[in-house]
Design a protein around this ligand. Structure first.
Ligand SMILES: Nc1nc2c(c(=O)[nH]1)N[C@H]1C(S)=C(S)[C@@H](COP(=O)(O)OP(=O)(O)OC[C@H]3O[C@@H](n4cnc5c(N)ncnc54)[C@H](O)[C@@H]3O)O[C@H]1N2
Ligand code: MOO
Length: 682
């Protein structure tokens, strides 16, 4: 089977041109006023009537003839006979003559003979109130002619009257083609009595994810990890991106890795959509055959672009639809989508390019890259210094000013690889690094395109140990970001000056030779997490070493792993001491036992999982007898906990950021927390 090789890559510009050459417009449809918001008008709409359609009183008061008020003022009011009342929505039953007025409501039709009105505040009832025969103010004919009104101001013709057509006159241009209809435009359309408008049909975008391993989120049953099953990410991120760009997303069933099945589903989508987006099957493996479907059944315009991530993307046509093949890796799929596809959908939908929100910052560390492709580098932002801007210095409830203030913005690459969804979820934007740049130096200025103008960088950036108590602390803060990289990498990053705080297990910063302020600390109980009821009667580390038990560890970056290794070292020393007194053990004679020797006797010691709960979940799944973990975790998952020790968690602040509002807020949350038998509670 011949496989795809990427020898000649198209340039990003060529990729854009290829996509632009496809037609993905959706045509025209008519939508009702209720569905018109955000839609793009395709034709000019002219007013077919006057708004208002009659001369109308702008205030509650009296309609009258302006000439009758000339010279009137507070001291010398004009007295007019009130000959009727006109309410909104009724025909005036009165015609005014000189010296007469009619009571009138806001929005009511001005009676004939009236050319102005006076608000009620500038009048007084004249005559004798007791003479009034009609307290309810019924229509004009019912008024006694001896009722009068004292008008304490003079008005000019037209005062307080909105004349017919003053809002919009018949024949006027109301809305032009290309208008993206806003709630205000809907107001105008309603006033004109228009209940349906011609708009661009949203481009229909079919989404076909390929791969035998994909499972829809929320389906029945668990993922079968042994088969490599994963939840489908791309269908949903891409669908959300399509809707954001003004398209209508249509999800199709997953296509497996068979060419025939891909062809069937792609053609079904092509028949119903203006654009088909597939994900996966773009690269070089034997099942990456989607390009053949396009090549054989449609037209393949290009395959392979000099961009990272996203190299294996495809552009072409299938039947009457445009086609773009996105790589399967979620980061690659999303980056290709937002860089190349979303602008084309927006154009087809008639939407303008969104305000580009760009932030300039400094690289927080050196970054090397030399593949000669345009790199779309996801990055996170953190404000250096005291948080700058608004002087939000006094703690309580402060939503830390994170606008681009006086302080610097540091930019750090977030790269867990193209396969990690958190590479995007933990990023704020993208830095485009040209193919000629192979090195970005710490401190160098870079422009970050935010994912959207409303992206706000987190108020607080923390790194370090994964911990359930910490998760509760973070819930108390406004928009923090925490990267659980483990204690050691956390300390390293704090030393590099990137995060605001690091959370480390075990020895405090000072013992690591670090100039960091400790904001708070708590203890956590750690040990072995075993099945409920402890059916294997596991008492401690001895059991793991000496018995045939399956164990699951944490990665060597984690503080728990460090504590476990120390405990093993203690056990080794104990056993050596016993050997010294002549008690034989299983260790080789003559060699000193160190914790490595004991570790090799623990089945599964080298299987290290990254998060605090993952090992315990292996116990629940029946894949292990004991896991390294916390008492907290065991209790929450209704498992049994075998104590091995306690460990102190330290929250250490970057010395340059101790005055940053969010850091002070964290300090006060930690100070408020109560430490009792249950650990730290809030
Ligand atoms: N020998 C080579 N291998 C690879 C190359 C190459 O040039 N030579 N290119 C790499 C690059 S770059 C990328 S990007 C990927 C693209 O791979 P495919 O488009 O063929 O995608 P798959 O192999 O189907 O999947 C890759 C990866 O992503 C996961 N995936 C796929 N679809 C989804 C989805 N809807 N939701 C979540 N995750 C998904 C899939 O399980 C795989 O792990 O190829 C490199 N290989
Ligand atoms: O080009 Mo792939 O998209 O790097 O990961």
């Amino acid at each position: 089977m011949n496989r795809k090789e990427f020898r000649d890559l198209a340039s990003p510009t060529e990729a854009r041109e290829a996509i632009d050459s496809l037609s993905i417009e959706g045509g025209v449809e008519r939508v009702s006023l209720e569905d018109a918001r955000g839609r793009v008008l395709v034709a000019r709409l002219d007013a077919e009537l006057d708004v208002p359609g009659f001369d109308r009183a702008s205030l509650d008061g009296y309609a009258l003839n302006a000439r009758d008020t000339f010279g009137a003022d507070e001291a010398d009011p004009a007295e007019l006979d009130v000959v009727g009342t006109v309410h909104a929505g009724e025909e005036p039953g009165v015609v005014l003559e000189s010296g007469q007025a009619a009571e009138i409501s806001t929005g009511a039709v001005m009676p004939d003979g009236a050319d102005a009105m006076v608000p009620v505040e500038r009048t007084d009832v004249g005559g004798d109130v007791d003479d009034r025969t009609d307290e309810n103010g019924e229509s004009g004919e019912d008024h006694e002619s001896n009722e009068t009104v004292l008008v304490r101001t003079s008005v000019a013709p037209g005062d307080n009257v909105m004349f017919a057509g003053a809002d919009v006159a018949a024949g006027e241009r109301a809305l032009g083609p290309g208008t993206r209809i806003t709630p205000r435009d809907i107001g105008l359309l309603s006033a004109l009595g228009i209940d349906e408008v011609p708009v661009r049909r949203k481009p229909r975008v079919g989404i076909v994810s390929t791969g035998d391993e994909l499972v829809r989120p929320g389906g029945d049953g668990e993922l079968e990890s042994t088969r490599g099953e994963i939840y489908d990410v791309n269908s949903y991120t891409i669908a959300a991106g399509v809707e954001d760009a003004g398209g209508e997303a249509v999800l199709y069933p997953h296509a497996g890795d068979e060419q025939d099945e891909m062809e069937r589903i792609l053609r079904e989508a092509a028949a119903e959509c203006d654009l088909v987006l597939s994900s996966g099957s773009t690269s070089a493996s034997a099942v990456d055959v989607i390009y053949r479907v396009i090549e054989e059944q449609g037209e393949l315009l290009l395959h392979g672009v000099s961009v990272k991530p996203g190299k294996p993307m495809l552009v072409g046509r299938l039947d009457s639809s445009a086609y773009v093949g996105l790589p399967g890796y979620p980061v690659s799929a999303m980056m290709v989508f937002r860089t190349f596809v979303a602008p084309a959908i927006r154009r087809a939908a008639g939407l303008p390019e969104p305000e580009s929100a760009t932030v300039t910052g400094r690289m927080a560390r050196d970054e090397r890259y030399g593949e000669g492709r345009l790199r779309l580098m996801p990055v996170g932002l953190v404000t250096d210094g005291d948080g700058g801007g608004g002087g939000n210095g006094n703690g309580a409830g402060a939503t830390a000013g994170n606008g681009a203030g006086a302080s610097d913005t540091l930019v750090y690459p977030v790269d867990k690889g193209s396969g990690a969804t958190t590479s995007l979820a933990e990023a704020d934007g993208v830095v485009e690094v040209g193919p000629e740049t192979d090195y970005l130096e710490r401190g160098e200025s870079v422009d970050v395109q935010l994912f959207s103008p409303d992206v706000r960088p987190p108020t607080l950036l923390g790194v370090g140990e994964d911990d359930p108590t910490l998760n509760r602390v973070l819930d108390r803060l406004d928009n923090p970001r925490y990267l659980s990289v483990g204690s050691r990498p956390g300390l390293r990053r704090l030393r590099e000056g990137i995060p605001d705080v690091a959370v480390v297990a075990g020895p405090s910063g000072r013992e690591h030779g670090l100039e960091a302020t400790e904001l708070g600390s708590w203890e956590r109980d750690w040990g072995l997490v075993v099945r409920a009821g402890n059916p294997d009667e596991i008492d401690g580390l001895d059991d793991l070493v000496d018995r045939d038990l399956q164990f699951v560890n944490r990665t060597s970056d984690s503080g728990l792993r460090t504590s476990l290794e120390r405990a093993l070292a203690d056990l080794a020393a104990e056993r050596d001491a016993e050997t010294g007194t002549g008690t034989g053990t299983g260790t080789e004679t003559g060699t000193k036992t160190d914790h490595h020797n004991l570790a090799t006797q623990i089945d599964g010691f080298d299987v290290g999982l990254r998060a605090h709960e993952s090992p315990a979940r292996r116990v629940i799944a029946g894949e292990a007898d004991a896991a390294l973990g916390l008492r907290d975790t065991a209790e929450r998952l209704s498992l049994e906990y075998v104590p091995l020790g306690t460990q102190t968690m330290h929250v250490l602040a970057n010395p340059d950021r101790v005055e940053k509002a969010s850091v002070r807020e964290l300090e006060s949350v930690l100070a408020d927390a109560v430490v009792d038998d249950e650990g730290l509670s809030l």
